[in-house]
Design a protein around this ligand. Structure first.
Ligand code: CMC
Length: 434
């Protein structure tokens, strides 16, 4: 499934000189012009802030067609995986490239389950944080700190260590995420339970308390599992590119995933689910929607509709459709007949989808638009939303990191720049400065 050998080339002409650039074809999706030798041949760089037209790597993991609203993991449509599979099956698929047989799935589930506990010393690590710390701040620190606890899986040149590190991170993220939550609300940590599936175990670690029995709702557990599947990977987005760039220097996998968690936190990326719910709360009632839509369209107002728009999707985000359906399932399971926030969201979506500004700019709801309402109904505070995103995206980050490390042509990532600062000048002694 390597990129097809070049059968075409593109011509670059600058002044009276021309160069032929090889064109590479993927299995599906746009062709790419290979500019890797451009500087050597022409003495010029390309300029593409925000990487809107730059493919940073070759990958076989995830494919998005933003115009058609298509998302495939290893070729399988997200809708089919969310409907028929479970999260650990998706993890296996993303990591190994194929859906597991029953035996492979059982082995994989067992490996993940057996790695869910974290080193006991980590419990004390948590107590160094303020109780009001944002759980994402705790996650950035704790995921990075895993490399201080698991020295036997930090040698990236050893495939076995890479595998163990991968399994450890998929297994321990729910435990760390639940610990961050419990620490935040001042409740004792709940240890993982091996007879529960991945999502049920996470729900229990978050919501059980030692003084009472906790029964996991299968509907909520299935909904959460679906939410994890939807978030599992999304090709070369900001956090994944961060993980790849960090990994390209040879940094250990725990450090690389911590870098991904940090990048995900931003409101333009994973932090949008928290920001979207805050926005819906601020809007409060459907009558106030026009005011906020007008603000979003005003060039002099930095306000944007959170949970709307996407760099790649210029159509309905396929994940948002499944998320909307999951949202209804969760509310109905919890007996929530009227959720004012859902009313605002449904009406806001309707208004925006009929508004010239949003139509013209192809701004549609993204995955973060309905996820906040769903997670809030399940009992998660807003500060935990991006943590749940990080938990689910861990497998994508790891899969992409592994693919990069195992690529023999891998080199350290090193973008170039267009320098527009001062030209060379001589140092001026302080007494002579004006
Ligand atoms: N509300 C109002 N206007 C918007 C919005 C929005 N949510 N998103 C984009 N625009 C406008 C923007 O002002 C610009 O207008 P103009 O061409 O007149 O300057 C145009 O649409 C293109 O926007 P852009 O910022 O150049 O597009 P981008 O590809 O750089 O940004 C984005 C994509 C997702 C950061 C952006 O749409 C946004 O800020 N959305 C809100 C935050 C959000 O929901 N993020 C979650 C993304 S999905 C999950 C994830 O990836 O983590």
């Amino acid at each position: 499934m390597d990129a097809t050998p070049n059968t075409a080339s593109a011509k670059l002409t600058v002044g009276d000189k021309s160069w032929d650039l090889p064109v590479k074809h993927g299995t599906i999706g746009p062709d790419v012009m290979d500019i890797s030798k451009l500087y050597g041949q022409t003495g010029m760089f390309t300029y593409d802030p925000g990487f809107t037209s730059t493919a940073s790597c070759e990958s076989q993991i995830t494919y998005i067609d933003g115009d058609e609203g298509v998302l495939l993991y290893r070729g399988y449509p997200i809708e089919q995986l969310a409907e028929n599979g479970d999260f650990l099956e998706t993890c296996y698929l993303l990591l190994y490239g194929e859906l597991p047989t029953a035996e492979q799935k059982a082995d994989f589930d067992m490996s993940v389950t057996r790695h869910t506990m974290v080193h006991d010393q980590m419990n004390r690590f948590f107590t160094g944080f303020r109780r009001d710390a944002h759980p994402m701040a705790i996650m950035v620190a704790c995921v990075g700190a895993l490399s201080a606890f698991y020295h036997d899986s930090t040698d990236i040149s050893d495939p076995q260590q890479r595998l163990i590190a991968s399994i450890r991170m998929i297994a321990k993220m729910p435990t760390l995420a639940a610990m961050a939550y419990k620490y935040h609300i001042g409740q004792p940590f709940v240890y993982p339970k091996n007879d529960l599936d991945y999502s049920s175990n996470f729900l229990r670690m978050c919501f059980a308390v030692p003084c009472e029995d906790y029964k996991v709702s299968p509907v909520l557990s299935r909904a959460l599992d679906k939410i994890f599947i939807l978030h599992a990977d999304h090709e070369q987005n900001a956090s994944t590119s961060t993980v790849r760039l960090a990994g390209s220097s040879g940094a250990n996998p725990f450090a690389c995933i911590a870098a991904g968690v940090a990048c995900l936190w931003g409101p333009a990326h994973g932090g949008a689910n928290e920001a979207a719910l805050k926005m819906l709360t601020e809007i409060g009632r459907p009558e106030r929607i026009p005011e906020f839509v007008n603000r979003a369209k005003d060039k002099n107002d930095p306000f944007r509709l959170m949970g709307f728009g996407h760099r790649v999707y210029k159509n309905y985000d396929p994940r948002a459709k499944i998320m909307q359906q999951t949202c209804h399932e969760v509310l109905s399971e919890l007996g929530i007949k009227d959720d004012p926030l859902l009313d605002v969201a449904v009406e806001l979506e309707r208004v925006a989808l009929h508004d010239e500004y949003f139509i013209e700019k192809k701004l549609y709801p993204n995955i973060d638009f309905y996820s906040g309402i769903t997670l809030k109904a399940m009992g998660f505070p807003t500060a935990m939303f991006t943590v749940l995103f990080a938990l689910a995206r861990t497998v994508g980050w790891i899969g992409q990191w592994k693919e990069m490390i195992e690529d023999p042509s891998q080199r350290i990532g090193r973008p170039r720049q267009l320098y527009t600062g001062a030209a060379r000048r001589d140092y001026v002694a302080m007494a002579k400065r004006k």
